[in-house]
Design a protein around this ligand. Structure first.
Ligand code: KDG
Ligand code: MG
Length: 408
């Protein structure tokens, strides 16, 4: 059995999904997702110019050897562009393997450890009142976990993930007006003074059962992050995400020494080597990698196993930049992983998205239920894909009030 080639599509309803279709001489094909948010054309080009021509003639069943070929063979390995491209190929190979075995991918990983995977939604409000309304809406839909972000009084511009004014449904992950980023202004002092009480208020309003999550999005220094993690203890968060940038991994010790709030990190990680110290030193509680940016199912399964040895649970990244293909790959990992924690889930199931990626994966009562179809269980309608093109977009950038560049 041989790989005969592949096609790469960029585009989608409201997103620039990078979709790989990998073909074989036996007619079976596999699908993968290489969407790197706001840099989508780069993994697409890496796939078409370098990787797909090199894979022709290889046996697609040898997914481990092909992963090693991609990773070791790149020489300049790791990094989000290369790993997103490798990830798409790896997902496609697992899809092919499942179709050949006539089994859903989770069966090839070791079968079911649970019926469904708990997911969390994102609630955001220009202020606390609007945030509470949104949380109540998700609770009414059956969600058991909600990420909560709200505007900070006096903040010079919108904070991370928060609309500027009430009722504004700003798409903060990508501004599609072009590649020149908008600038937001940030003030850690205002955030630190306001947010602990706001989180305590949410806990008081919604009671002890609802899981509340909060994302700092890398904006605090280690010392500030340690103080904040301690100050939010009364809110009993399910997790505090990216409290401080994780390049400086020793900095995480300071948080551990001062607070028991669970810490989740890893959405910008690309490799086991970004995660292993944080996991082995038990400095985090949840690992947030995505199968896309971290190179596919093959390496992420290794991260999950390492995490399991150190009481670290999964909480895979699931922003809308991940297409239904990588969300499906994560659904298979989630139903299998003995140390599953939670899955981030931002509503993908619009009619236009379902028309492009039909599948039987379903969300019900805040739980994701995996498809029983062979492989990843997602289809891709190429005729539907003709309706879409790449649309240039950007994240905002963040500066302090005096103009100093800060972390988005
Ligand atoms: O592209 C950036 C987004 O993926 C990121 O801002 C989303 O932090 C994020 C999250 O937790 O989903
Ligand atoms: Mg995040």
């Amino acid at each position: 059995m041989k790989i005969t080639g592949g096609k790469v599509f960029v585009g989608g309803p409201g997103r620039n999904y990078v979709t790989l279709k990998l073909m074989t001489d036996e007619g079976v094909y596999g699908l993968g997702d290489a969407t790197l948010n706001n840099r989508e054309t780069l993994p697409a080009q890496y796939l078409s110019d370098y990787l797909l021509p090199a894979l022709e003639g290889m046996d697609p069943r040898n997914s481990e050897d092909i992963w090693q070929f991609l990773y070791r063979g790149a020489y300049f390995r790791r990094g989000p562009i290369a790993m997103a491209a490798f990830g798409a190929i790896d997902m496609a190979l697992w899809d092919i393997k499942g179709k050949l075995a006539n089994m859903p991918v989770y069966q090839l990983l070791g079968g079911r450890s649970r019926q469904g995977a708990m997911a969390y939604a994102h609630a955001t409000g220009a202020d606390l009142e609007e945030l509470c309304d949104q949380v109540a809406g998700y609770v009414a839909q059956g969600y058991k976990a909600v990420r909560v972000q709200c505007g900070i009084p006096g903040m010079p511009s919108a904070s991370y993930a928060v609309p500027e004014t009430k009722g504004d449904n700003r798409h903060y992950m990508t501004d599609f007006s072009g590649v020149r980023p908008k600038v937001e202004t940030w003030d850690s002092g205002r955030y630190l003074r306001y947010m602990p009480d706001a989180l305590a208020e949410l806990r008081a309003r919604f009671g002890p059962e609802l899981h509340l999550l909060h994302d700092v999005h890398h904006r605090l220094t280690p010392r500030e992050a340690a103080g904040f993690a301690k100050a939010v203890e009364p809110a009993d968060l399910f997790w505090l995400e990216d409290p401080t940038p994780a390049e400086d991994q020793d900095a995480l010790r300071l948080i551990r020494h001062h607070a028991t709030t669970p810490i989740a990190i890893g959405e910008v990680f690309n490799s086991l080597w970004d995660c292993n110290r944080l996991i082995e030193d038990e400095l985090i509680d949840f690992i947030r990698v995505a199968v896309t940016y971290a190179g596919g199912i093959t390496p992420v399964r290794r991260i999950v196993d390492l995490a399991g040895m150190h009481h670290v649970r999964t909480g895979f990244h699931g922003a809308p930049s991940h297409s239904p293909i990588s969300m499906a790959a994560q659904a298979h990992l989630n139903v299998w992983a003995p140390n599953f924690g939670i899955q981030e889930y931002l509503v993908l199931g619009t009619p236009a998205c379902d028309a492009l990626f039909p599948s039987d994966h379903r969300m019900e009562d805040g739980m994701i239920h995996v498809s029983e179809a062979p492989g990843l269980g997602v289809h891709f309608d190429e005729r539907e894909a003709e309706r879409y093109d790449w649309v240039p977009g950007s994240h905002p950038v963040v500066r302090l009030e005096d103009g100093t560049m800060w972390n988005y």
